[in-house]
Ligand binder design. Structure first.
Ligand code: PLP
Length: 375
């Protein structure tokens, strides 16, 4: 079996599952590694515990490898929201962000602004279709802007932001802060365009919760004060007395305490699966599956809020029919797991989404009555 075939085989049982943008059921390898690690740390030999604990480094190394950045730029966090809290609370100036972003960006930025008495302030943009394009950002850009925060792939529309173009627009001094929750591991991207990248492992990586991580580039480390840093974020090993030590160098400054080693085991295992299969290959499969879903949806005359261009989308397809609740019900009755929310039905396919699931989608669309007839 090739590495890709092995990876695809690990999705056995996915039939009907099109909810990867909400949660990715844990891969078999992740489950096994977790069970084994639980047994090890249930024992009384600290040397054996160490073997589990090293997964923290391993997970961070793999994140760094997949991002194409240095290990010292990566830190493990409980969630992506936590990582964004570290980023926003340490900033000054105006931060451009879409008003419709997932609350990890919008709420967190608002709270950071309140806590800083306005030293950092959101500059909301509200493009008609919700897409944070370079044009939408350019309109709001001026000398007060120190950063732009954007989801790489929008959780509602599936729109994939153009990171290199945003980087070019911002120039070398402003920070590009990216929420990579809906893309990391399934989109082949040049991540070095972004200064801060926050992600997690519980959707597309199939690693379960508690598996957040972030990249802080050297420039981000220069600009973002480690306001929320804790006992693992200082340039000192272990407890200290007297003066508080300075922050650690690199991304470790944006950590608070020792990470959850069991979460790190799951994340390291999941990342290794992605590394073996190859992100480019996984991305190709995701695109192909979304192409098929798009074709099916178009055959049934259902409007779509996601770009047609594969470069501007990833695994999410947003369906915007006249009766979204009716469509959501029909798909659910057809045995599919999807998300119906805010006037749209979100379907999301992974690399391992099989032909049977795509056929079920076709059946559900037919049952919904959204059929166009051509004479
Ligand atoms: C785009 C996006 N960002 C962030 C989150 C939340 O991430 P976390 O639970 O790691 O804070 C989600 C969850 O759905 C999301 O879709």
């Amino acid at each position: 079996m090739s590495a890709l075939e092995e990876y695809i085989a690990s999705f056995a049982g996915e039939t009907g599952y099109l909810n990867w943008a909400a949660f990715g059921p844990l891969s078999p390898e992740v489950r096994t590694s977790m069970h084994e690690a639980v047994e090890v740390i249930g024992g009384y030999d600290p040397r054996e515990h160490l073997a589990v604990n090293t997964n923290t480094d391993r997970a961070a190394e793999l994140v760094a490898e997949l991002l194409g950045v240095g290990r010292s730029e990566v830190v493990l966090r409980p969630s992506s929201t936590d990582a964004l809290q570290h980023a926003f609370t340490g900033l000054d100036g105006a931060v451009i962000a879409g008003a419709g972003e997932f609350p990890s960006i919008s709420l967190t930025l608002q709270r950071a602004s309140a806590a800083s008495s306005g030293a950092v302030s959101p500059r909301w943009i509200d493009p008609v279709d919700g897409r944070v394009t370079t044009d939408a950002v350019a309109e709001a850009l001026d000398d007060d802007v120190t950063a732009v925060a954007v989801s790489h792939v929008d959780y509602r529309t599936g729109y994939r932001a153009d990171l290199p173009a945003l980087r070019d627009l911002l120039g070398p001094d402003r920070l590009l802060i990216v929420d990579a929750v809906q893309s990391f591991g399934v989109v082949d991207e040049d991540w070095t365009a972004a200064d801060v990248i926050a992600g997690h492992g519980y959707k597309w990586l199939r690693a379960g919760r508690g598996t957040g991580f972030a990249r802080f580039s050297p420039r981000a480390s220069e600009c973002i004060r480690p306001v929320l840093s804790g006992i693992t974020g200082i340039a000192s090993d272990g407890p200290f007395t007297g003066a508080v030590p300075p922050p650690a160098s690199g991304a470790r400054a944006y950590s608070t305490s020792v990470p959850d080693h069991l979460a790190a085991v799951r994340l390291a295992t999941a990342l290794d699966e992605v590394r073996r299969a190859g992100v480019a290959t996984i991305a190709e499969r995701v695109t192909r599956n979304v192409d098929e879903m798009l074709a099916a949806v178009e055959r049934h005359g259902i409007p779509v809020g996601t770009p047609q261009d594969p470069v501007r989308r990833a695994g999410i397809l947003s369906l915007t029919p006249a009766d979204p609740e009716g469509l959501g019900r029909a798909l659910s009755d057809a045995g599919l797991s999807v998300t119906s929310r805010g006037g749209a039905v979100r379907v999301a396919a992974h690399a391992g989404t099989g032909a049977e699931t795509l056929r079920m989608l076709e059946d559900g669309l037919t049952a919904s009555g959204n059929r166009t007839f051509t004479l």
